[in-house]
Design a protein around this ligand. Structure first.
Ligand code: SF4
Length: 821
C-alpha cells in the first residue's frame, strides 16, 4: 500500500497528478470546477463509470451510504446507496453535493504556517482575519507541531496540550486521534452541547446523554400518536425519522408538534403547540396535570415498573427495607401493600397491589408515595392556568394528552431545541415521567425520545497499553484552561476537523481572547475555516471520498464503508497519515502503523461478524444486534425501576428537584435585562448546512445566499424595519449585522439567525458574539437559545457587496463550479 493511504486497488483510479490534471488543477489554486456541462447527460454515465462505496459523515445523524460514480479519475455523480437493510436508504442535498466539496476552491492545498508565528515567538494577536500564511513542507509542519507539544509538556504538563477533536469527520482518523491523545496524556473535551435533556431524562430512566433513546427508527411507523418536541425533523432528520413519521401518519397516527416556529415539520401536524421559547418544562407539567385529572394513568405499569408507589418520608428521602425489616438493606425502596396495609419491598419488574396515592403511617413515620409527590408538584400547572404563559391553547394541551393516553403506543420524539436552554434538563425529567405515567415504555410503537438505535462494530483498538490516558474537561473547563485559569493551562492545541473555537462556541469572543494564551495552534481540516484562520500551523486534510474508512452510526444500525475515489488532491493527506507521523515524532511510533490498511484491519480485528474484505465487497453491514424495541426488562437505575421520584436529585438555585420544578433563565419575563433586550434569539439549524460544514457549496449557496434574521412583521414594524432591510442585532455581549426577513412563522418576541455561518459571511459581528457560556448548577451544557437581544436598523455605512459582487460571491450567476472565495 502506498504512502498515499493506499488507493492502488482500483486500476481505474488515477494518481494525484492525473486527477488534478483532469480537473484542471495544475496550478496552485483551483479556480473553477472544470465539469463539462455535457457530463451531466445520461450517456456520460452509461457503462463508463466505476461505482464506488461511499458514505457521508458530517456531524449529522445520517452517515448516509452513497454510490460514488467515478469516471476518468473524477467524481461525477453521487447517489444514495441501498444499504443492507433497504429501509435505511436515504441522503440529502448536502450529501449529493459532495462533488462540489471534494473539488471546492476553498479546500486547503498545502501545509502552511502563519507568517508571523514561530516557536518561542507566537505573536498570538496576529491570528484572525488579517493573518497571512506561507506554504511549508509536510516535514516542517509536523516538526513544528511535535516540537511545540514536547516543549509544552516539558515546561507545563502533558495536559497542557489540548487534542481538540471536532465533529467534521469520523472513522479511523478519530480512533487514531483518541489513541494518540491518550498515549501523550493530553487534554480532551467532554461534550457539553445538547446533553441537557438527555441527562435529565437519564435521572428517571437510567439512560440518555446526547439526546434520549427510543426504539429503532423502523418502529416509528407503529406509533399511534407522535409528539415532535423541539425539532424541525423534516429539515434536520430526514435521513430516517421524518420519513417514518410520515409512514405513521399514513397509518393513522396523530402528529402533534411543539415548536415556537411554524416550519416544515409543523406543517405536517394535526395539532401545533406554538410554545413560547423556554417554557417546555411548564408545558410538560401541564400535561402531567392533565394525566392525573383526566385519569390516563397506566396503573399496572406504574406498580410493576416505576417508583410511583415508593414511600417517601417527610424529609424527602425514600423509605428503605432496612428501615422496616430486620433483614432489609439501604437500597431497596418500600411500597405499601393495599390489601394488608403492610410495607413490602419494591423489587424491579414485580407487580403488587401497591398503594399509588395517599398518606400513611409506617413504623411511626408519616409517608406519602412518589406519585402523590408528583401529583402535588403538578397541581399548579393546570392547562387553563398555563395556557397564556406557555402560549398554547389549553384544549390543545388536553387533546395531546388524550391522544397519548387513549390511542395506544406512542410518545414524544425529541429534537435538540430544548437542550439549548439552561434548565432544559428539567424538561427531560418531566417528560420521562409523563411517559411513565402513561406506560409508554417497552412496546412497539412507543416513542421515548430522539435517538433511534444505531449500530457499530466491536473493536479493541483503543488505548495504548500502559498509557496515561487523557484528561477530560467539560467545554467550559477547556475555555478556563485556555484562558490560563487552571493549574494545568492549555498552551498548545491540535484541532482536527474542528471549527469550534473560532465559530461554533457560545461567547465566541471569550474563546478568541483565551486563544491568545496558547502558544501553538495547529488545525487539520479540509477547508479554510475560521478555525484555520486562527491557526499557526495549517494541515490540509483530504476529502472523505479520498480515504478508505469504516464507521458505525448512532441512529441507524449499519456499519458503513467507503473506498477512495482517487488520491488526495494537492498535498492534502488523511488525518490518519498526519497523526501516525506526528506520533512517530512524539516517540509513540511503535504503537501506530503507517499503513492505513493495517490500522483498518486492527480496528476490525475483534469483530467476528464480518471482515474488511466483506465490507469492501458489499460496502455495508446491517447490525442486527441493535434492539428494535428498548426498555424491556429492568431499567438501568439503582432501583431497576423508572425513578419517578428522584431521591438523589440535584438542586438548581437552592431548589431540590426530586420532582420536576420548571425553571427559566433568560427567557423568563423576570430576567433582569428582559426590558432592555426583549427578543429571544434562536440559531436553529439550516437544511443547507450541517453546523458550519457545506457552507461553501455553490449549489447550496445559490439557495441560501447570505445570513438573514427571521423576524415577525409586528416586531419589525415596531422598530421601523422593512422586509429586506439590513439590521443590527445586539445585546450586552456583542452585535451582528444581517438582512431582516419578515417571517410570520415565528412568534412575535423571538428572532432567528440560522447557525453555522462563518464569521466572514457576516458584514459585522457573529451570531455567537451574542451567546454566553452560563450553565446550570446540575449540568455543564451550553444554552445557545437562552439568549436575549434587541434589533434596530443597521447603520447607513454598511457594505453589503460581499453578497452581490460575483468576485466575492462566485456562486452567483448560476455557476455550479464556483470560483475562489
Ligand atoms: S448531510 Fe447527513 S443526511 Fe445529508 S447525506 Fe450527509 S449524512 Fe446524509
Amino acid at each position: 500500500m502506498s504512502e498515499q493511504d493506499g488507493v492502488s486497488r482500483r486500476s481505474v483510479l488515477l494518481g494525484a497528478g492525473a486527477a488534478a490534471g483532469a480537473l484542471g488543477l495544475g496550478g496552485s489554486r483551483l479556480t473553477s470546477l472544470s465539469v463539462d456541462p455535457a457530463a451531466a447527460s445520461v450517456e456520460q454515465f452509461l457503462d463508463r463509470n466505476d461505482v464506488l462505496h461511499g458514505y457521508c459523515s458530517p456531524n449529522c445523524r445520517g452517515k448516509c451510504q452513497m454510490d460514488v460514480y467515478v469516471r476518468d479519475g473524477q467524481i461525477r455523480k453521487v447517489e444514495p446507496k441501498v444499504p443492507d437493510n433497504p429501509d435505511y436508504k436515504r441522503s440529502c442535498t448536502l450529501g449529493l453535493s459532495h462533488m462540489q466539496r471534494a473539488y471546492n476552491p476553498t479546500r486547503l492545498k498545502y501545509p502552511m504556517k502563519r507568517t508571523d508565528w514561530s516557536p518561542g515567538d507566537p505573536n498570538p494577536t496576529g491570528r484572525g482575519p488579517d493573518a497571512e500564511f506561507e506554504r511549508i513542507e509536510w516535514d516542517e509542519a509536523l516538526d513544528y507541531v511535535a516540537d511545540e507539544m514536547l516543549r509544552v509538556r516539558e515546561e507545563y504538563s502533558p495536559e497542557s496540550v489540548y487534542f481538540e477533536l471536532g465533529s467534521g469527520t469520523d472513522g479511523i482518523g478519530a480512533t487514531v486521534y483518541n489513541r494518540l491523545a491518550g498515549a501523550f496524556g493530553g487534554t480532551m473535551k467532554a461534550w457539553s452541547i445538547d446533553i441537557n435533556v438527555g441527562l435529565g431524562f437519564r435521572r428517571v430512566t437510567g439512560a440518555g446523554y446526547f439526546n434520549t433513546p427510543t426504539n429503532q427508527a423502523t418502529d416509528i411507523e407503529n406509533a399511534n400518536t407522535i409528539v415532535i418536541w423541539g425539532g424541525n425533523i423534516f429539515e434536520s432528520r430526514f435521513q430516517m425519522d421524518a420519513s417514518k413519521v410520515l409512514d405513521a401518519k399514513q397509518n393513522g397516527a396523530k402528529i402533534v408538534v411543539v415548536d415556537p416556529v411554524y416550519n416544515t415539520t409543523t406543517a405536517k401536524a394535526d395539532v401545533w403547540l406554538p410554545i413560547e421559547p423556554g417554557k417546555d418544562g411548564h408545558l410538560a407539567m401541564a400535561m402531567i396535570y392533565t394525566v392525573f385529572e383526566e385519569d390516563y394513568l397506566d396503573e399496572q405499569f406504574l406498580r410493576e415498573r416505576t417508583l410511583g408507589p415508593a414511600l417517601v418520608r417527610e424529609d424527602g428521602s425514600l423509605l428503605k427495607t432496612a428501615d422496616v425489616f430486620d433483614d432489609g438493606d439501604d437500597e431497596t425502596p418500600v411500597a405499601l401493600d393495599e390489601a394488608s396495609g403492610e410495607p413490602v419491598a419494591l423489587e424491579p419488574e414485580t407487580y403488587g397491589e401497591y398503594a399509588l396515592f395517599g398518606e400513611y403511617e409506617v413504623d411511626g413515620e408519616t409517608v406519602t408515595t412518589g406519585l402523590t409527590e408528583i401529583r402535588e408538584a403538578a397541581a399548579d400547572y393546570a392547562p387553563e392556568e398555563m395556557a397564556e404563559y406557555v402560549g398554547v391553547d389549553a384544549e390543545n394541551i388536553r387533546q395531546t394528552v388524550r391522544w397519548l393516553g387513549t390511542r395506544g403506543p406512542g410518545g414524544i420524539l425529541t429534537g435538540l431545541g430544548v437542550d439549548r436552554y439552561v434548565y432544559g434538563h428539567i424538561f427531560g425529567q418531566a417528560y420521562a415521567i409523563l411517559l411513565a405515567l402513561l406506560g409508554q415504555y417497552g412496546m412497539s410503537g412507543c416513542v421515548t425520545g430522539g435517538l433511534t438505535q444505531g449500530g457499530g462494530f466491536t473493536s479493541d483498538y483503543g488505548a495504548v497499553e500502559g498509557a496515561p490516558g487523557s484528561r477530560s474537561l467539560q467545554q467550559k473547563g477547556i475555555l478556563s484552561a485556555m484562558a490560563g485559569d487552571d493549574e494545568k493551562p492549555i498552551k498548545a492545541m491540535y484541532a482536527m476537523a474542528s471549527n469550534f473555537t473560532a465559530n461554533q462556541m457560545p461567547d465566541r469572543q471569550a474563546w478568541l481572547d483565551a486563544l491568545e494564551n496558547v502558544d501553538m495552534v495547529a488545525v487539520a481540516d479540509m477547508q479554510h475555516t475560521p478555525n484555520v484562520q486562527h491557526a499557526d500551523v495549517v494541515l490540509p486534510a483530504s476529502h472523505w471520498f479520498e480515504r478508505e474508512d469504516v464507521t458505525g452510526s448512532w441512529t441507524q444500525p449499519h456499519v458503513r464503508y467507503r473506498e477512495p475515489a482517487h488520491e488526495p488532491l494537492w498535498e492534502s493527506k488523511s488525518d490518519h497519515w498526519m497523526l501516525v507521523r506526528l506520533a512517530e515524532r512524539l516517540g509513540y511510533g511503535e504503537h501506530f502503523d503507517r499503513d492505513r490498511e493495517t490500522t483498518l484491519q486492527k480496528v476490525l480485528d475483534a469483530e467476528d461478524r464480518f471482515t474488511l474484505e466483506d465490507l469492501r465487497e458489499k460496502g455495508t453491514f446491517f447490525d442486527d444486534s441493535a434492539p428494535e424495541i428498548i426498555w424491556q426488562g429492568e431499567f438501568n437505575t439503582p432501583s431497576g425501576r423508572l425513578e419517578l421520584y428522584d431521591e438523589d436529585a440535584p438542586s438548581e438555585d437552592g431548589t431540590s428537584l426530586e420532582v420536576p420544578v420548571p425553571m427559566e433563565s433568560r427567557t423568563s419575563p423576570d430576567y433582569e435585562l428582559a426590558d432592555e433586550y426583549p427578543l429571544t434569539f434562536l440559531q436553529k439549524h439550516s437544511r443547507w448546512r450541517i453546523h458550519s460544514q457545506f457552507g461553501r457549496m455553490p449549489y447550496l449557496r445559490q439557495i441560501e445566499t447570505e445570513p438573514v434574521v427571521d423576524i415577525h412583521p409586528s416586531d419589525a414594524e415596531e422598530r421601523d424595519i422593512e422586509d429586506g432591510e439590513y439590521v443590527r442585532i445586539y445585546n450586552d455581549r456583542g452585535e451582528l449585522v444581517v438582512k431582516a426577513r419578515y417571517n410570520e412563522g415565528y412568534r412575535p418576541g423571538m428572532v432567528n439567525v440560522n447557525q453555522g455561518w462563518w464569521g466572514e459571511d457576516y458584514i459585522r459581528g457573529h451570531h455567537n458574539d451574542l451567546t454566553h457560556t452560563d450553565v446550570s448548577d446540575a449540568i455543564e451544557n451550553f444554552a445557545f437559545y437562552d439568549t436575549r437581544v434587541e434589533v434596530e436598523p443597521a447603520p447607513d455605512d454598511i457594505d453589503t457587496s460581499q453578497y452581490t459582487d460575483p468576485d466575492r460571491a462566485p456562486w452567483l450567476g448560476g455557476s455550479n463550479g464556483g470560483g475562489d472565495n
